[in-house]
Design a protein around this ligand. Sequence first.
Ligand SMILES: [Zn+2]
Ligand SMILES: [Zn+2]
Length: 188
Amino acid sequence: MGTLGFKCRCGELAGELRPVEPRDYTHVVCHCADCRSHYTHLGLADPEKVGIVQTSQDRVHITKGGENLRVFRLSPKGALRWYATCCDTPLFYTPAASPRMTHVGVMTDAVTESVKPVEVRGYVPAGDGKVTHEGVARMGRAMLGRMAAANLSGRWRDSPFFEDGAPAVPPQVLTREERAAALMGVRA
Ligand SMILES: [Zn+2]
Ligand SMILES: [Zn+2]
């Protein structure tokens, strides 16, 4: 059974992605401002691009320090951006709408094993303010396939991020000022 470990920078919060064979996740690099602001809002340097291991939430098992898990969103409808409050490490993002979406992105920075090569690139700067994407259709198909499988099997209920249909930790919605500050830390 394939397992990938993850942990925050200080090691207080740790866990495993399992079962994860290479087909069970997609390795993405995203250059978008929202992904990068996950870091800048937590006081970290702009990473310029963010590595993300995309899989389904039932594969995420927090084995230690779960009480340090916190979540914010850039706007009232924004994705949920989860982090470890012990050392302000960005860890995951999930859609906010419903636990049945099952999608989760795990920051590659937090994964303790080597993962397969990057398959998808999003929002890659292409000059003149334009961006390009690579492999996004494939990413969408993989995401929908995982969502369908988790819904059919009932595995969608095994999420550490939702309880009774609501986020397991109440999300902090950034104020307009906090959002501006987070995005200001992201270089165009
Ligand atoms: Zn920590
Ligand atoms: Zn992004």
